[in-house]
Ligand binder design. Sequence first.
Ligand SMILES: Cc1cc2nc3c(=O)[nH]c(=O)nc-3n(C[C@H](O)[C@H](O)[C@H](O)COP(=O)(O)O)c2cc1C
Length: 476
Amino acid sequence: MKAYCKSARHKPLLCYNLGMPSAADPIAIYDSGVGGLSVLRAIRELLPQENLIYFGDQAHVPYGQRSMEELRALAEVATRFFIAQGAKLVVVACNTASAAALKQLRQSFPEMPFVGMEPAVKPASEQTHSGRVGVLATPATFAGELYASVVARFAQDVQVHQSVCPGLVAQIEKGDLDGPETRRILQEAIEPMLAAGADTLVMGCTHYPFVIPLIEELAGGRAQVIDPSPAIARQVKRLLEAGGLLASADQAGEMRFYTSAEPRQFSRILKQLTAIQSEARALRWEGGEIEQVKGNAMLEPIVHRRSIRKYTDQAVEPEKLETVLTAARLAPSGNNKQPWHFIVVREQERREAIARVCNNQTWMLSAPLFIVAVADASERNPQMAELPMDEETPNWELKRAIRDTAIAVENLLLEADNQGLGTCWVGFFTQDVIRPLVGLPRDKFVLAVIPLGYPAEEPNPRTRKPLDEIVRYEHW
Ligand SMILES: Cc1cc2nc3c(=O)[nH]c(=O)nc-3n(C[C@H](O)[C@H](O)[C@H](O)COP(=O)(O)O)c2cc1C
């Protein structure tokens, strides 16, 4: 079994042990996304000597709307991954996954100690003066047996008000801790509780402690907020002590972060939320298992990029648009002719007209903007401007311009993905109908229309021909 162990210089290394847990093994922390970082932060504060591995399953965030069966399956796979990393204890730092899967995890992995989240209804019931407490959690947490049993055991003498805060997890995943939308969601969640007299608010989702400052501002002194993560850290310490597995205090523990989505995006939010600077690593779901995307920085965005055909209405920030266009600008081209132009289209009516001529692909309109990629043969050779610039042309300069522009478009698609944006190459149109919509003369060729925006869908698993079907060696 792989595990962390100490070299002579007390640096944890990946090595093999015989399956017996040791004090130098890491504590594993699991969440649907970045929420469990609130628990990691508390563990780090209490136990700075411990090695920590963190997995945010951002490919499946938010967990709150997933079925119990699916959550159990995801948590089991994550636990197997942690065992392969030599973890000595697993913290399910997600209330939703704890509610759905903790009992089963303990049955499936009897050797592994688990610490899970349960809504802090008990301390809230003890601390309330008004006899009314508010719990903020996801629908799946409220639906689970764990919540019902906690309320039945500890909240018999108090009134419990609940709110599911729709959309709050997604806002925190984006790092939006106090923008207008986050404020609106929280205002709508807590105002009725406060109006009903609640003086104690429980964070029943590990994402929510990151908005405690905003909650406190909105509550304006009317309620205290309970963050369960310090208590979870204490429980981790108790369990490790009991098992003789506490790491020795003479070294600073190392931390390693994994995400099943975009590592750079994860690292950015990690730094924003916790001030920890670390390059997250990518894990990929493949056939119901997770595997590491190994040290291949370029393959990562290539693997992650998919055609997106459903977008949120969130606008694309100008800096991100500029970065995406810069990726296109830096593409290679024959003789460095750079025979390309990009037209950014935001106007609703123009986008509607374009979507219509793209075989009426109305899904395109959910994206807040389109980029029209134009191949320009006259950039390469002005004399060619006289030859037809349509799909049937024998114009070889146009073909070269198309080749070069296609490279620029692919750069653009990859950088968009890197920025957390979605795209799709749309090529279903003819030149004569699309050109007039963006005011292009007849000597230009529209290569692609690219809707750009924040993805609102998870694409199906990708299908590709196997390598041995497309690669030959030495000759055909
Ligand atoms: C030249 C070209 C034209 C395309 N045109 C369309 C299109 O009109 N509509 C669409 O939904 N997808 C279009 N696509 C997207 C492909 O269907 C998609 O890339 C392919 O199915 C592979 O899926 P992936 O991009 O998610 O890996 C186009 C892709 C290319 C390269």
